[in-house]
Design a binder for this molecule. Structure first.
Ligand SMILES: Cc1cc2nc3c(=O)[nH]c(=O)nc-3n(C[C@H](O)[C@H](O)[C@H](O)COP(=O)(O)OP(=O)(O)OC[C@H]3O[C@@H](n4cnc5c(N)ncnc54)[C@H](O)[C@@H]3O)c2cc1C
Length: 507
């Protein structure tokens, strides 16, 4: 008997949502999708600025490509840059077709400008583009009966079984839910899109659960990881009165006229005397870091030249965050600092998101296509995620054969739950790991810091092993330790400074 192909989508951010919708559009009756998500909030929902889109005009495309190369310090893959930039208009059309709404001005799309861009080319929904994307695409996906949503569930391992060498592999996906119950289940194809790695840093704009679990899952299946040392630090994360995820003051604020000042309200300037607002993120992050860390100063976003109504209307998230802290951004300078923001590297993939492991596709921030080179140009990542999710969906659609294999449905794994339910050690260890990563693998690094980080990470790996327990928190910690190890080993191996990577011993 022929059955539809079973496909696991691990991650429900923009990559997972677009991949699922596109695949259903192409081959609805031939597939059964299971979408896993470990947390209700993800980085896609936090995205503020928007998507960099160039009209299908040769001049506009070549300016966008030039900005992407300049930001990436020409370490980008030329063909990938061409594919993503040329595909950006069609990626936008796909989102519009799914009902995503972007801001308009007199019935034409409104574009704004961000650092590193020579012109306004970012489509957005005020400063809450990500939540519009996730809400609209997520709602659309809920309308399909053939999709199973497995939420608040962490995928803990993926194993590949090659039944007969000539046949396609079977993936055994193991997962744990919020009741600490574990299951395993077989799938024909896996689309892995677990997002970035900011969650292994204490100072980050990322969701807490963005700990790079997909890196370990893919690596254990034999996939190649690259460029993990290129972590982009955002230069203007808002310094909150409480600890936790740092909210962004989007770059579009600077594009719209906000300026950066020091603690004496003097405008910040680069070494060559130029104003800094439109610098690429790597350069601005190092300037902000130098002023706040080496010179013990403070950096503030000054939006006093912008009318309050305009701020409220165009940057409602920013306005609300300031209000919650009893600040009026049209009057008060808002303190900002650097924070781990985006992983430019990841799992190496080809033009269709193939990881090199048959039927294992990778998407979104987890993949490394070569687009970003040594530093991502702002707002290129959502565009890349959509362009590649579409390509993966059409590749998968071509691969789909009516299967005669009988796959194992979800099976409860009767592992013994440990009696030790004390999570305090796990939380403490994660906290120490995050602190260590922000201290030692931040904007500026050194060999001495690598040694310190290696000691702490090694110690935490032992603590993790000694406190093994059947809980989501434990698996998150284990993934975070693995990701920290990977970032450290890639950073240690780099012998020259470029883009987001800066080792002061190599300067
Ligand atoms: C504050 C902020 C603002 C940003 N603004 C912009 C912007 O304006 N423009 C732009 O281009 N980019 C922006 N970015 C970057 C961009 O948002 C991300 O690169 C992109 O959203 C990543 O999408 P994704 O689908 O790969 O991952 P995510 O959206 O992070 O989703 C990952 C999914 O995987 C799930 N998951 C993770 N591990 C597991 C596991 N083991 N098992 C099960 N599920 C798992 C998570 O629950 C989540 O559903 C921003 C990022 C941040 C943090």
């Amino acid at each position: 008997m022929n059955t539809p192909q079973k496909i696991a989508v691990v991650g429900a951010g923009v990559a997972g949502l677009v991949f699922s919708l596109e695949l259903l559009r192409l081959r609805e009756s031939s597939v059964r999708l299971t979408v896993f998500a470990d947390a209700p909030k993800n980085n896609s929902a936090y995205a503020q600025g928007g998507l960099a889109v160039s009209s299908p005009d040769i001049e506009a495309i070549s300016r966008h490509k030039a900005d992407t190369f300049l930001a990436g310090e020409f370490a980008n893959d030329v063909h990938v840059v061409d594919r993503v930039v040329s595909g950006s208009a069609s990626a936008l059309q796909t989102l519009l077709d799914y009902g995503v709404v972007f801001d308009e001005n007199e019935r034409a799309l409104n574009f704004h400008q961000e650092g590193g861009h020579c012109e306004a080319r970012i489509v957005h929904r005020a400063d809450a583009t990500g939540s519009e994307l996730v809400r609209t695409l997520g709602r659309k996906l809920q309308t399909y009966a053939s999709v199973r949503h497995v939420s608040k569930t962490l995928v803990t391992s993926i194993e590949k079984r090659d039944c007969v060498p000539t046949e396609s592999p079977v993936f055994v996906v193991t997962y744990i839910d919020s009741n600490c119950e574990m299951y395993s289940e077989e799938f024909d194809i896996v689309y892995l899109c677990t997002g970035g790695v900011g969650g292994v840093f204490a100072r980050t704009t990322n969701a807490e659960t963005a700990v790079g679990s997909g890196l370990t899952l893919a690596k254990n299946l034999g996939a190649t990881l690259r460029d993990l040392e290129f972590i982009q630090f955002h230069p203007t994360a808002m310094v909150a009165p409480k600890s936790g995820r740092m909210q962004l003051a989007t770059e579009a604020l600077r594009g719209a006229g906000s300026i950066l000042v020091d603690e004496h309200r003097r405008r910040l300037r680069a070494g060559d005397g130029q104003y800094v607002e439109m610098l690429t993120r790597d350069k601005l992050a190092r300037l902000v870091w130098k002023h706040t860390t080496l010179e013990n100063g403070g950096v503030y976003l000054d939006s006093s030249n912008m009318p309050p109504e305009l701020l409220q209307q165009q940057f409602p998230q920013f306005w609300k965050a300031c209000e919650a802290w009893h600040k009026n951004p049209s009057r008060d300078p808002i303190q900002v600092d650097v924070a781990a923001h985006y992983s430019c590297g990841g799992v190496a993939v080809d033009s269709a998101g193939n990881s090199g492991i048959k039927h294992l596709y990778v998407g979104g921030e987890l993949m490394s296509t070569g687009l970003h080179g040594a530093n991502r140009l702002a707002s290129n990542s959502l565009t890349e995620a959509v362009v590649y999710a579409k390509a993966s969906a059409s590749d998968v659609s071509r691969q789909i054969r009516q299967s005669t294999k009988v796959l194992q449905p979800a099976v409860f794994i009767a592992t013994t739950k440990s009696s030790n339910r004390d999570l305090s050690k796990i939380r403490e260890a994660l906290h120490s790991l995050r602190k260590c990563m922000s201290l030692n693998l931040g904007v500026v690094q050194s060999a001495k810091q690598y040694i310190k980080a290696a000691e702490v990470i090694q110690q935490l790996a032992i603590t993790t092993e000694n406190n093994r327990m059947q809980s989501k928190e434990w698996f998150v910690l284990q993934f975070a330790v693995q990701t920290a190890k990977l970032i450290l080993s890639h950073s240690t191996a780099r012998s020259s400074n470029i883009g987001t990577f800066f080792n002061s011993d190599l300067a």
